[in-house]
Design a protein around this ligand. Sequence first.
Ligand SMILES: Cc1ncc(CO)c(N)n1
Length: 221
Amino acid sequence: MNYQDLISYCQQDWEDYTEHDFVNQLATGDLNKYAFFHYLKQDYLFLKHYARAYALAVFKSSTLAEMREPLPGLNALLESEMNHHIEYCQTWGLSAEEMEAEPEDFGTVCYTRYVLDTGMAGDRTDLFTALAPCAIGYAVVGQRLGQWPETKLEGNPYRSWVELYSGEDYQSGVEETIRRLNAMLEEIPLESKRGHRLCEIFKTATRMEVAFWEQGMKAAQ
Ligand SMILES: Cc1ncc(CO)c(N)n1
């Protein structure tokens, strides 16, 4: 099997995630600012736990080459994504300390602990499958918004978000992630108990991504 099989298994959830109103409104600049602010603060907390999950990938590795594999992703997350979030929140008058002190919303707890639990209970492939919708989905969103005729950059308060995820650095990092995931999935038949289990992991994480957009939307109501 390959990563495309994981997406096909949950096609509707995948579209709900990557074509969500939240991202379309981000691209046009029409998203409610409280929705975005809540999302961004929660995403900061989300990324911290995500970094822990990448660190777990080192723990779950056996060879040195495997141990090194999660490092570029971990570095991009802790540096460019986190710095973007911190700098953005600062422009709204929120300090990094205040972001640290923000309480975790339910969707943030559910998603991050699901990924960590899947990785701890399973092996490296289970863990990377649980991590996959995050990286791949945001790359798909970034690519789509980068080409979408309705995307507005000029005067868009969310421009930096669109540029981060449609940018060359993020896109090429995810291409590498996909290549590695495919190499892990190659030997596993889609029509097997193992294949089915991986599809279910990917689907659950994808549903959590939809809930994460919804959690932002709800903050505006
Ligand atoms: C919830 C979520 N999923 C994926 C990404 C992409 O790294 C992110 N920053 N946040």
